[in-house]
Design a protein around this ligand. Sequence first.
Ligand code: BG6
Length: 513
Amino acid sequence: MVYTSRRRSSSLENKIAALDIQDEVVIVVLGASGDLAKKKTYPALFGLFKNDLLPPNIRIVGYARTKMSDEDYKTRISSYFKLNDDETKAKAEVFLSKCSYVSGQYDTDDGYIELNNHIRALEAEMKVSRRDRLFYLALPPSVFAEVSIHLRKHVYPGEEGSARVIIEKPFGHDLESSQKLQSQLAPIWQENEVFRIDHYLGKEMVKNILILRFGNMFFSSSWNNKYISNVQISFKEPFGTQGRGGYFDSIGIIRDVMQNHLLQVLSLVAMERPVSFEAEDIRDEKVKLLKAIAPITIDDTILGQYDKSEDNKDPAYIDDPTVPDGSRAVTFAALHLQINNERWEGVPFILRAGKALDEAKVEIRIQFKDVAKGIFQNIPRNELVIRVQPEEAIYLKMNSKYPGLTTRTVITDLDLTYHSRYENLRIPEAYEALILDALKGDHSNFVRDDELDVSWQLFTPLLHQIDEDKSIVPEKYPYGSRGPASMTKFLRDRGFVRDHEGLYQWPVTKGSI
Ligand code: BG6
């Protein structure tokens, strides 16, 4: 599916931001020796390079404190590349020949001066006509400001080219810390130079939401409280914090995946039609929607923490030696959000996320209302499911006549499972899609500053209450289960009707009903 976006050119700033970095660019990965760079940034850059999606005249420079030989650096950054065949191995060689490394401190000038000299030498070799530089801060947010100040002072191309900077969550811990971070960065980078990654916005099915909704009359016309009963956006992971508990403990699942990833998905599912696919038009609508969400109360939540598995083989969260004794950290949460606007009043939106559950799955489940009574006594509801991962799919549960000499109705589906529908399907990794967008200057799939503010405004009171009120104790659920036992009632009370008489389990295999 191809869609075009109209770009605004009302000011020079916007023109620069919209500039496609077509031919030549130097990408600088700060924090090049860290985990994010190794596991996500470099594999994504290589994925793009392998598919000829990076500008032809490119260099990639790593910067970090660790002193490393060129060889060690290249071994490290390529350790997560998938090198399945000779052609890919050969491409990796070429890719690595374009990579180099400079080591230096984050808080003193010398390293950055050296970095700039290194980049200028590369640009001379590349014979660039402009100095277009993309800075990827694969660093903890605590050093974003410090690093930005030095980049701006020594490595910013100014009038000679353009700068873009990619940063990644956590953007603060609550509204106050997020605003503090923003106020530190705002004088250094213009908003249109900043690309705040929420990697869920780079996922194929998340990028499909607006097309599905606004490109199909049958969906856009029924997308409201007259026809939809409830919406669930679920995130399930089958593993616990696994030694990362110390880090996770002060964060919890709400900050980790709900305030950002799931809320982003919700805003795309629920926002009004943007006037165009232009980044600002989309983000304006998302912000409007977020502002219409009512405060989340503790009574509208379920909080859980995983316990040992029923067979005692998998540990409880608190068994993790890095977790403080008696921790109340939330590893599962379900939140009922209400959107106060004409379209959605009365429709529960349920965000739910959990670690150490029974499966790996991220999906959006839109359950329609019952059909009018009369000809049918008890017929299942339609459900539209957008399966984000694994195995991207969209399926619509619907009623149909059972084939043959019978008038019996049967629940079945219209199934668009990507791998069976599209041949030779290659869905790019979220990070690949987002880095490419940043190179193109397209902000549509990145988080704007005011969007960040509204999302923190929404979550901060609840998070502070959970952090401070010691009487709030998460409900235990066994490792590997579906989550806290009270979920079934929570969903039922909010209008969700589960799997009509247990007849339907997706995918419906031939002849199974
Ligand atoms: C990250 C969270 O943002 O998203 C992790 O910090 C989580 O805890 C991850 O596992 C999930 O991302 P994905 O792409 O694997 O669904």
